[in-house]
Design a protein around this ligand. Structure first.
Ligand code: GLN
Length: 470
């Protein structure tokens, strides 16, 4: 059932927002113990009361906003007033947000009921949702496996029917890769489409808030609601062109590009089979044109310098003074800061801060940071050239199927799994991951990538492709 259909039911009285909320809470009660998607749930009384208010308003026949009475979950690195904002980190474990992120404010204005906060890798650094003070989130598709990350809690909540839609954040793939791992849809907007105000900064030049849902229509509906220029984020822009409840564009005349060098950087065998079949099916509806993106594979090296460099600056603010938690057994200011950061940050976060600090230090900037930025421009140029021939480009979302929780992998191995998602962030482009098939019951996602600002076109093509692949 889509949100639009749900709204229809609310309007006709077939189901009330209150009944729907009761159902959702029942599912959460049943499944949350084994999935661990949430870091915080709002009080049952509060949620039921809100749903009851919407039930009454639907009955009154008044004009209601597009998400009236729809429950939404929010990744725990996005601010919701009076709810914890932990980033799954010890250093923020007692922090309660005093304000709403702009995206959250817009959701509330559109009538959404924010039911709680979802699990993530600490400060959104990771690909598994295992690096969290709340423990790992389990993939509803297979409980022994990771749901992907870092927005794994949001993806799992959506996949387990605990909530129809959830917000995540995508700096290097953190919305699209979990979508791929949980058989859901994940939108990463063009850089600037959604305000970052209230999203805890990881790598500001790459961060975007995105949406996870079970179908393209719902994800688009929510993306349109949260989009728009915002005076609190100077990098935000007006990029959606449609009204929220309008249908998607036609896909007439669209040319699809297929990444030519994929064979040089192939995904696991099963994924390649799903990929080939998906391309075949798509070719019945669209002209499919091979396009070259020769420098994509350098994205990883570039990203894993730029992102830590920005993170090392952004995370300097957690010093035990400005926010929440600090150690008490320190006799000087310096000792307090040092101990707080040593104990407060997890291993992966500290690794990134050290890489970033090193890459930015005097004498090393030219050798590392500037080279990484030069590579980013090269990748942008790759896309620019390719988009002269086609409207959108297909690339698998992940080279790996969801792996087992606790599987020991070197950090560099995990980083390599971001091969296909990272270039999109470096170039600031819009992309969406949609389900394309299965390998031994494990889901495989494929990304549709578009020109900057052409999010609407990407979504329309994705909707059509999903209908061919499902
Ligand atoms: N896996 C990537 C990383 O660890 C992406 C994270 C993200 O998009 N937030 O940095």
């Amino acid at each position: 059932m889509t949100i639009k259909q749900l709204r229809q039911k609310f309007l006709s009285g077939d189901m009330t927002p209150l009944e729907y909320m009761e159902r959702i809470l029942e599912i959460i009660r049943e499944k949350e113990r084994e999935i661990n998607a949430f870091t915080h749930l709002d009080k049952t009384d509060t949620l039921l009361k809100e749903a009851e208010i919407w039930t009454r308003r639907y009955k009154s026949g008044e004009d209601l906003p597009p998400l009236a009475g729809i429950p939404v979950a929010i990744k725990d690195n996005i601010a919701v007033k009076d709810m914890p904002l932990t980033c799954a980190s010890k250093i923020l474990q007692e922090f309660i947000s005093p304000y709403d992120a702009t995206a959250v404010k817009k959701l509330k204005e559109a009538g959404a009921i924010i039911i709680g906060k979802t699990n993530l890798d600490e400060f959104a650094m990771g690909s598994t949702t295992e690096y969290s003070i709340f423990g790992p989130t389990h993939n509803p598709v297979d409980l022994e496996r990771v749901p992907g990350g870092s927005s794994g809690g949001s993806a799992a909540a959506v996949a387990a029917d605990m909530v129809p839609v959830a917000l995540g954040s995508d700096t290097g793939g953190s919305v699209r890769q979990p979508a791929s791992f949980t058989d859901t849809v994940g939108i990463k907007p063009s850089y600037g489409m959604v305000s970052r105000y209230g999203l805890v900064a990881f790598a500001s030049s790459l961060d975007q808030i995105g949406v996870l849902a079970r179908n393209v229509e719902d994800a688009v509906l929510v993306a349109r609601v949260i989009a728009g220029k915002d005076r609190y984020d100077a990098t935000s822009r007006e990029l959606t062109v449609k009204g929220v409840l309008e249908s998607l564009d036609t896909v007439d005349g669209i040319k699809i590009g297929v990444w030519k060098e994929l064979n040089e950087h192939p995904a696991e065998e099963g994924i390649m089979t799903v990929w080939d079949e998906a391309i075949m099916k798509a070719s019945k509806e669209f002209p499919m044109i091979p396009v070259s993106l020769p420098d994509i594979a350098s994205g990883i090296a570039s990203y894993y310098l730029i992102a830590p460099a920005e993170a090392s600056a952004n995370l300097a603010r957690y010093d035990g003074v400005r926010y929440a938690w600090r150690v008490l057994d320190a006799s000087t200011y310096k000792e307090m800061v040092k101990k707080t950061r040593t104990i407060g940050f997890g291993k992966e976060v500290k690794r990134r801060i050290m890489i970033g600090t090193f890459a930015l230090s005097a004498g090393y900037q030219d050798a590392f940071y500037k080279k990484a930025v030069a590579m980013k421009y090269k990748i942008m140029k790759n896309f620019e050239e390719a988009f002269k021939q086609v409207d959108v480009i297909l690339v698998p979302t992940s080279p790996k199927l969801p792996w087992k929780i606790g599987e020991k992998m070197a950090p560099s191995e995990v980083y390599k799994a971001d091969l296909y998602t990272i270039p999109v962030n470096l170039a600031g482009l819009p992309a969406i991951s949609i389900p394309a098939g299965y390998v031994d019951n494990l889901p495989v996602g494929i990304q549709v990538i578009g020109r900057y600002g052409e999010d609407e076109k990407v979504w329309a093509v994705a909707d059509k492709l999903l209908s061919l692949w499902r």
